[in-house]
Design a protein around this ligand. Structure first.
Ligand code: 13P
Length: 340
C-alpha cells in the first residue's frame, strides 16, 4: 500500500466531529463488563452485544472507526453480514487489536511488557484480508514513587515501534497506545512527568525504526491526578497539563491524538476532551478512542435483554454525539439532558 493511503486512513479516523469506538475487549475484559450487568459471557452474547453497537442507526455521524477483537472480526451481524463489511457499508473503518496483552516484565517487580510480536507479520496479513485498515497495540505503565522504570519505558517503546513498523509494511495504520495508568495517589504533576518520559521514548523508537508518523495515530492517557489522590485536579487543570505535555513530546506531523478514557466517568472523559479542543487550534486533531466512556451507559441499558436493544443503542448514540460535540469545544453538560 502506498504511503499516501496510510496518511489518508489516519486522517479519516480523525475526520471532523468524529472519533473511534474501542470495542476490542479481550475475552477476559468483556467477561468483567458482562459480570457487572449479570450477563454470562458466551460467543453468542458477545456477538449480540457487538451487533447492538455496530447496527446503531446514525452512529456513523460521530464514529469514524471501530477497533475489533480477534473473535469479533470473524463474527457476523444477525443478517449474516460479517462485522467488518457491515461497518464499511456505513463508512466506518474497521480496525483490530493485535497485541496479546501486558505480561509481567522479567526482573521488574510490578511492571509489564506487552507481548504479541511473534507471528505478527502473518496475523496482520490475515487481518488485512478480513478488512482491517488500522490496528492497536497497548502498553501500560504504573506510577509509584519509583515506577515506571526506564527499563519498562524503553522495552515497551521498542515493542510499540516494532509493531508499528510491521503494520505500515502491511498497509495498516498503527495506533500506538502507551497508557500511563492513573491508579494511585500521585499528583497531576507526577502524571505529567511520567507521561512525558513515556512519549519521549516512544517517539525516539518510532523514528529509529523508520516509522512514518504521518501514517500513525497516538492513543494516550490524559494527564490526570491519581484516582486515589486526596486533592484531584479539575477539568481546566487536566486540559492545561495534558496539552503542555503533548505540545512538548508529540511531533506536529502526527495527524491525531485519540485519547483512551482509562476509567474516567463517561461525562468527565467528554468534558476533558471538550476543554482541550476549546483551547485550540492544535497541531494535531484531538479526538477520542473510548471503550468504557462510550459503552458504559449502553451496556447498562441493554442488560443482556433483547427487548432493551433499542435503549442500549440510544445510550450509545447519545455518548457518541456528546463526544462529537467535544471535538469542537461545543459540549456543555446541559446537552446531556436535552438529548437523552
Ligand atoms: P477505555 O476507554 O475504556 O480506557 O478503553 C480504551 C482502550 O482501547 C484501552 O485499550
Amino acid at each position: 500500500m502506498a504511503e499516501h493511503d496510510l496518511h489518508e486512513t489516519a486522517r479519516a479516523l480523525v475526520a471532523e466531529g468524529k472519533g473511534i469506538l474501542a470495542a476490542d475487549e479481550s475475552s477476559g475484559t468483556i467477561k468483567k463488563r458482562f459480570d457487572s450487568i449479570g450477563v454470562e459471557s458466551t460467543e453468542e452474547t458477545r456477538r449480540a452485544y457487538r451487533d447492538l453497537l455496530f447496527t446503531t442507526a446514525g452512529a456513523e455521524e460521530f464514529i469514524s472507526g471501530v477497533i475489533l477483537f480477534d473473535e469479533t472480526i470473524r463474527q457476523q451481524a444477525l443478517d449474516g453480514t460479517p462485522f467488518p463489511q457491515l461497518l464499511e457499508s456505513k463508512g466506518i473503518i474497521p480496525g483490530i487489536k493485535v497485541d496479546q496483552g501486558a505480561k509481567p516484565l522479567a526482573l521488574a517487580d510490578g511492571e509489564t511488557v506487552t507481548e504479541g510480536l511473534d507471528g505478527l507479520r502473518e496475523r496482520l496479513a490475515e487481518y488485512r484480508g478480513l478488512g482491517a485498515r488500522f490496528a492497536k497495540w497497548r502498553a501500560t505503565y504504573s506510577i509509584s514513587d519509583a515506577l515506571p522504570s526506564e527499563y519498562c519505558i524503553w522495552t515497551n517503546a521498542h515493542a510499540l515501534a516494532r509493531y508499528a513498523a510491521l503494520c505500515q509494511e502491511a498497509g495498516i495504520v498503527p495506533i500506538v497506545e502507551p497508557e500511563v495508568l492513573m491508579d494511585g495517589t500521585h499528583t497531576i504533576e507526577r502524571a505529567y512527568h511520567v507521561t512525558g518520559r513515556v512519549l519521549n521514548a516512544l517517539y525516539t523508537e518510532l523514528f529509529d525504526q523508520r516509522v512514518d508518523v504521518e501514517g500513525t495515530l497516538l492513543k494516550p492517557n490524559m494527564v490526570l491526578s491519581g484516582y486515589e489522590a486526596s486533592d484531584r485536579a479539575g477539568t481546566d487543570e487536566v486540559a492545561d497539563w495534558t496539552l503542555r505535555c503533548f505540545a512538548k513530546h508529540v511531533p506536529a506531523a502526527v495527524p491525531g491524538i485519540v485519547f483512551l478514557s482509562g476509567g474516567q466517568s463517561d461525562e468527565d472523559a467528554t468534558a476533558h476532551l471538550n476543554a482541550m479542543n476549546a483551547r485550540g487550534p492544535h497541531p494535531w486533531q484531538l479526538s477520542f478512542s473510548y471503550g468504557r466512556a462510550l459503552q458504559a451507559p449502553a451496556l447498562k441499558a441493554w442488560g443482556g435483554e433483547a427487548e432493551n436493544v433499542e435503549a442500549g443503542q440510544r445510550a450509545y448514540y447519545h455518548r457518541a454525539k456528546m463526544n462529537s460535540a467535544a471535538r469542537t469545544g461545543a459540549y456543555a453538560p446541559e446537552l446531556e439532558h436535552e438529548a437523552a
